[in-house]
Design a protein around this ligand. Structure first.
Ligand SMILES: CC(C)(COP(=O)(O)OP(=O)(O)OC[C@H]1O[C@@H](n2cnc3c(N)ncnc32)[C@H](O)[C@@H]1OP(=O)(O)O)[C@@H](O)C(=O)NCCC(=O)NCCS
Length: 325
């Protein structure tokens, strides 16, 4: 038996140059480095420059991923860009990326699932590739959350940052066994009853403004670990993988306490957890591919490794993906 799998050919990322430290934030709002580190694990975040848009971050990350994969942009026939901070209401930021890469064939679209965006985009691209609709995809998470933060709200402005990450996926025939390379399983969930717990108080249809991010932090925290662990158990059940058999856990980087609690509940060894929240803050849909690129570039993630992604975010939305590198 053979199976078509979406195999990762390469990954890449991009962070804006400007680093904003906790100490700088403490000079603006009533907070402290100690409070932020203790509650979240975040020490700094990157902030896009004036005139630097989500599409610019995404194009840089995409170019890095294409170079890492060793493939030409012209071979890409699908771009799925996860973002909640598009350049414009429309057209999709994905078409700006497509144009920036000099591609004018295939399809490009945005996907909006807030912090779960990368996992949702990966699952979508995987499904398109496995049906044969497309052959080679760029899956990108790119955000400029600094543009939607209320910089007077200490409960949220300390948490988020800007950045982008991308992977190149290719449809490949694999033996159809658990040792296949590529995406082995994805699990997506949403529950709109929670839509008022993490949202932006503006939009084209409602206020005709961009709005600012609002969050009931404690409520998000309360639900996060249960939701995350549920979809990871789904991934384990679907594949027979276990906390012991996975090589790397690359979670959405929102908060170190949530990541630690999820790994602990699932009995995932701490040394398998890829952590970048200290350096990047929460970059929403960009956080997983940003963390992945770090672990690939420093040699931790190697060919054949079993890699687990999870994310949870506004909506609520949440999901997991398990793949063999
Ligand atoms: C935001 C979060 C760090 C706050 O931590 P917490 O322990 O839940 O803190 P609370 O919101 O209960 O607030 C506790 C106190 O700290 C204060 N506080 C909030 N932000 C603060 C800051 N940046 N600096 C100092 N104090 C702060 C609150 O005002 C509150 O003060 P009070 O007791 O005098 O009212 C935490 O709720 C969290 O991480 N939630 C999940 C957020 C998340 O990951 N969202 C993205 C999901 S994709």
């Amino acid at each position: 038996m053979t199976a078509i799998r979406s195999v990762v050919l390469g990954c890449g990322s991009y962070l804006p140059q400007r680093v904003l430290t906790n100490a700088e934030l403490a000079a603006k709002v009533d907070t402290s480095d100690e409070w932020i580190v203790q509650r979240t694990g975040i020490r700094q975040r990157h902030i896009a420059a004036e005139g630097e848009f989500t599409s610019h971050l995404a194009i840089n990350a995409a170019r890095a991923a294409l170079a890492h994969a060793g493939v030409d942009a012209q071979s890409i026939d699908l771009i799925v860009l996860a973002t909640s901070t598009p350049d414009q209401t429309f057209p999709a930021t994905a078409v700006a990326v497509q144009n920036g890469l000099g591609i004018n064939h295939g399809a490009a679209f945005d996907l909006q699932a807030v912090c779960s965006g990368f996992v949702f985009a990966l699952a979508s691209a995987d499904n398109f590739l496995r049906t044969g609709a497309f052959k080679r995809a760029l899956v990108i998470g790119a955000e400029t959350f600094s543009r939607i933060l209320d910089w007077n709200d200490r409960g949220t402005c300390v948490l988020f940052g800007d950045g982008a990450g991308a992977v190149v996926l290719e449809a490949q025939a694999q033996p159809g066994t658990p040792s296949d390379r590529g995406v082995l399983t994805t699990h997506l969930r949403s529950d709109g009853r929670h839509k008022g717990k993490l949202y932006v108080d503006g939009g084209p249809s409602s206020t005709q403004t961009v709005g600012h991010l609002r969050m009931e932090g404690r409520e998000v925290f309360k639900h996060a670990v249960g939701m995350i662990t549920d979809v990871i158990v789904d991934a384990f059940n679907a594949t027979g993988a276990t906390a012991d058999s996975i090589d790397w856990f690359v979670p959405h980087q929102a908060n170190k306490r949530i990541i630690d609690a999820s790994a602990h509940k699932l009995h995932i060894a701490p040394q398998k957890v890829v952590l970048t929240v200290d350096l990047h803050g929460n970059t929403s849909a960009a956080s997983i591919p940003l963390a992945l690129a770090v672990a690939v570039n420093d040699g931790r993630v190697k060919k054949g490794d079993l890699v687990l992604f999870e994310a949870m975010g506004g909506g609520f939305t949440w999901g997991s993906a398990l793949l063999r590198w």
